[in-house]
Design a protein around this ligand. Structure first.
Ligand code: JET
Length: 244
């Protein structure tokens, strides 16, 4: 999968070199390209923001650098060999994900959907946001998805993109070490929609706290029943909205 990220803080994405996502990049299963929005400015101060029309606090991201950045991404997706036949049929628009507190809530089913895409682009807004016309224009060329990680405000989209790239990247075949853990997860997490049951490892007693007896019993049926009950209890307490 090809992932393009446009940001004024490329250094935020250094952690993508770590762990399983970093290994997938090193092995060529993931191709992540981070672009500095300021590369598409032309003034001596490399300006990306300006004051809002209508007044109010803060600054707004100017449309022109974003327009040129998105043009460059679209140009980069055309990897036609000279003389080769053009690909047939109406090409599907590439997905452009824009993190914003006013977006649709990001969830595991979106991660699954995005993980099936050949290319993903991410646009990181800062300040009070990006001039609205950028999103309107982009919608003619991309499948634009404005998404929120939750009901809180970040200083910019970068941290949200890190979270989404990790959630999406680990679903790509060969990226996660153990595909069994994904199957398991789809049973207890995505498929039944419940929160995870608690997990334990050795020693059987630690600082006077014992592991629940049933987990040491070797009765797989009773273990499964106990885990299911704990999942329901935890979900009822913490996320009653997940229980119909
Ligand atoms: C966020 C995402 O804060 C979040 O996203 C980052 C952010 C901060 C400030 C402005 C901004 O603009 C986006 C934009 O989109 C069209 O203009 C984005 C909180 N939960 N999830």
């Amino acid at each position: 999968m090809r992932i393009d990220i446009v940001t004024i803080f490329p250094d935020y994405f250094a952690p993508l070199q770590l762990s399983l996502i970093g290994k997938a990049i090193a092995d060529g299963r993931l191709d992540v390209r981070v672009h500095d929005l300021r590369d598409w400015t032309h003034d001596r101060h490399r300006t990306v923001d300006d004051t809002p029309y209508g007044g109010g606090a803060g600054m707004v991201m100017k449309p022109e650098p974003w327009g040129e950045a998105l043009d460059a991404l679209l140009g980069g997706y055309v990897e036609q060999q000279p003389g080769a036949d053009p690909p047939e049929g109406p090409a599907k628009r590439p997905v452009l994900i824009v993190p914003t507190p006013s977006g649709y809530l990001f969830n595991q089913s979106m991660a699954v959907e995005f993980a099936a895409e050949p290319t993903l682009a991410f646009a990181c807004g800062r300040y009070e946001g990006i001039d609205r016309r950028v999103v309107e224009w982009a919608a003619d060329h991309f499948d634009v998805r404005e998404v929120s990680l939750g009901d809180y405000v970040l200083n910019g989209g970068e941290v949200a993109v890190l979270a989404m790239v990790e959630a999406i990247g680990r679903l790509i075949p060969g990226v996660i070490g153990n595909p069994e853990s994904l199957v398991q997860e789809s049973h207890s997490d995505a498929a039944d929609g419940l929160l995870e049951y608690p997990v334990y490892t050795k020693p059987a007693t630690w600082r006077g706290l014992a592991v629940p007896e049933v987990l040491l019993s070797g009765h797989h049926g009773r273990v499964a029943q106990w885990r299911g009950q704990r999942s329901v209890e935890i979900t009822r307490d913490r996320r009653p909205d997940l229980l119909q």
